[in-house]
Design a protein around this ligand. Structure first.
Ligand SMILES: [Zn+2]
Length: 372
């Protein structure tokens, strides 16, 4: 009788322990919150991807997300209940939605598509690479625009572009160095450096990125904002030759022509040409995104510099216009060291995000390779 009671007690204890441990594992697995929209359970898409080590891209304008991992590819669109899984159309019971501006997916999509296609990652690659920007970006050329007898744009209260550019460039260089990235500056003092020399420095540096720092000016005082230029689509060889011939007569050492912002950019892009335009665009987008989320500034966005593309360096290159010294408010802000530091930090964050995307793509590529 006593033994029977003991057995029953042990059995009950086992049931309690099993059910308790069962309960305890549920919140542990739930690394991110779920949302209930119209009675349907949704998961936030981006944290979900990061937990599973899925390489993701999300375009806030088209509201299209593309997920990649291990050779699999999923396309989805906010507002649509049709998703493409490896080019195969799958109809969900509920559409992909937005919650506080971020894409969310129905729980069924997570269970039936994500969980079956992608295994759980023990360490999220995104987390593992946060501290290793230098894994992909070992050296950066930081180019402070203008200098010496070429002041660049001049603000209404006398702020000179060359001084703003150099200060932000120095701050960015310090941030890059603190992340273990080697930095080559085309100038670190108030000195005129001909464009030809800037290009020579870039080409001989064997750097991974070229960043040119400028500030803008416009006849209309009201124009303000932050913008990033990348190299436009390549011209054909005939146009290149024509362009080279037309510009051969320009004296690169002549400061007076260099102070013309359009000419300067044209000449710069003429020579700092990148074969991989996609990488420059991605870098430009990452910088705009971090500036937009960190600063109270109008982000004009990413633009292509169409006017001149010739052979030159083969690295991703962007030209950043940090603000308009011709705008009263932006000139006032650009005079402020804290503001310039914030700009440098935001550019740094953009470079960091860009590096992480490169590493994620590399991880995904390696996994695709392994699965064959
Ligand atoms: Zn400039």
């Amino acid at each position: 009788m006593k033994i029977k009671n003991q057995i029953i007690f042990v059995l009950i204890a086992c049931v309690i322990i099993i059910s308790l441990s069962g309960c305890a594992t549920v919140p542990l697995k739930q690394a991110f919150p779920t949302y209930s929209l119209n009675g349907v359970t949704y998961y936030p898409l981006i944290p979900l991807c990061e937990t599973k080590g899925i390489n993701w891209q999300y375009d806030t304008f088209t509201k299209i997300a593309v997920l990649n991992k291990g050779g699999h590819r999923i396309n989805l669109k906010v507002g649509d209940d049709l998703v493409l899984v490896d080019q195969r159309a799958i109809l969900l019971n509920h559409p992909v939605d937005l919650y506080e501006g971020a894409p969310v997916v129905p729980a069924k999509f997570k269970e039936q598509v994500i969980d079956t296609l992608f295994r759980e990652e023990k360490i999220s690659p995104k987390k593992a690479i946060v501290f290793s920007i230098s894994r992909k970006i070992k050296k950066v050329v930081v180019d402070a625009g203008h200098g010496g007898n070429d002041p660049g744009a001049i603000g209404r209260t006398g702020l000179r572009e060359k001084d703003v550019n150099l200060d932000i460039a120095k701050r960015l260089a310090a941030l890059l160095k603190s992340e273990g990235v080697n930095v080559v500056m085309t100038r670190s003092v108030d000195k005129f450096i001909p464009l030809g020399t800037r290009v020579q420095i870039t080409n001989s540096s064997k750097a991974d990125l070229f960043m040119s720092i400028h500030s803008n000016a416009n006849h209309a005082k009201s124009v303000n904002g932050f913008e990033v230029y990348y190299v436009a689509s390549s011209l054909n060889d005939a146009k290149r030759a024509l362009f080279a011939a037309r510009n051969a007569s320009l004296n690169l050492d002549d400061a007076s022509f260099a102070s013309n912002s359009v000419n300067l950019k044209a000449m710069l892009w003429d020579m700092i040409y990148t074969y991989d335009r996609a990488e420059s665009i991605q870098l430009a987008k990452n910088i705009c995104k971090s500036v937009g989320s960190n600063m109270d500034v109008r982000v004009i966005g990413v633009k292509d510099a169409r006017y001149a593309v010739l052979r030159g360096s083969r690295i991703p290159a962007v030209l950043i216009e940090t603000g308009f010294v011709s705008n009263y408010n932006e000139e006032r802000m650009l005079k402020n060291g804290f503001y310039r530091q914030k700009i440098a930090e935001s550019i740094m964050e953009g470079i960091s995000d860009y590096a992480q995307e490169l590493i994620l793509a590399e991880v995904a590529q390696n996994e695709a390779h392994r699965s064959f």
